[in-house]
Ligand binder design. Sequence first.
Ligand SMILES: Nc1ncnc2c1ncn2[C@@H]1O[C@H](COP(=O)(O)OP(=O)(O)OP(=O)(O)O)[C@@H](O)[C@H]1O
Length: 306
Amino acid sequence: MRLHELRKEFGHVVAVDGIDLTVPTGAVFGYLGPNGAGKTTSLRIMTGLIRPTSGTAELFGRNPAVEGVGALDGVAGFVESPMFYPYLSGRRNLRLLASLDGGRDDERVEEVLGIVELDGRGNDKVGGYSQGMRQRLGLAAALLRRPRLLLLDEPTNGLDPGGMRDMRRLIGELADDGLTVLLSSHLMGEVEQLCTELAIIAKGRIRFAGTLDELRSGHGNADYRLSVTDVRRALATCSDLDGVELTTDDSGSLLVRADPADAARLTVRLGQEGIGILAMLPDAPSLEQLFFDLTEAPAAGEPAAA
Ligand SMILES: Nc1ncnc2c1ncn2[C@@H]1O[C@H](COP(=O)(O)OP(=O)(O)OP(=O)(O)O)[C@@H](O)[C@H]1O
């Protein structure tokens, strides 16, 4: 899936401001951004619900703005909250959708009900379903078409912790089966847990695209944060170690810049000096902190806040 210089204006509002993005086949790709960043708008363009002002969205080499629904072969998802007839059962709703989509396939309906674990409740009316069951039915509806690419806009929105866990497990299982998933979310933990790569979008522009490790590398003050029994003596006796850079901060921790082998030599030296190590942790910034740094900073060419 590839977006190329994608732009969408609604009157004077620029919702999507020239996005270039490639989602590799087989990835579970996180799409993170604050409210109003342009996530839903770009997902709506990808699913052919709206046309871009300029630029292209290519799904397996086909463009929904040019080829219409034909380009959506192999693509499914829910971008708007899934809608069903409340007075019909989950099974009837899915059968109806399958026949509208070009052919009734009762076997596939049973399969997808099984995948989302609604087979036991398939004959119950959707009006009586919980929010979590409705979301899972939405996923079942998306899976009817046997997609290769699944576009999900905040799939755990409104679910309780158990519902979120079930939905995430399902998404993980679908990804393990080889489906490419583009997952828009506000939830950092969800993206960390599920996604192999991510893009962060703010004000219609991509601020970062790549793996979580790539995002983290180069950020943060140190490789490790070390709590020891005597910081002053640690600085005095260990600062000469090759490959190790030691500093301290207001918290009284030692900040260590070193690769793992040199960091291990530091721990040995501290022991030899009779300095106890109380804790040693990798000093990676949280995804949340990186998200704020990227989305609250002005983009290139944008004036800084006064
Ligand atoms: N149909 C529309 N008409 C006018 N403006 C719109 C329309 N759809 C979106 N916008 C505007 O485009 C911008 C991006 O909205 P979008 O819904 O894509 O953001 P989002 O990242 O999905 O936000 P959220 O996380 O709140 O869902 C917002 O300023 C929004 O008000």
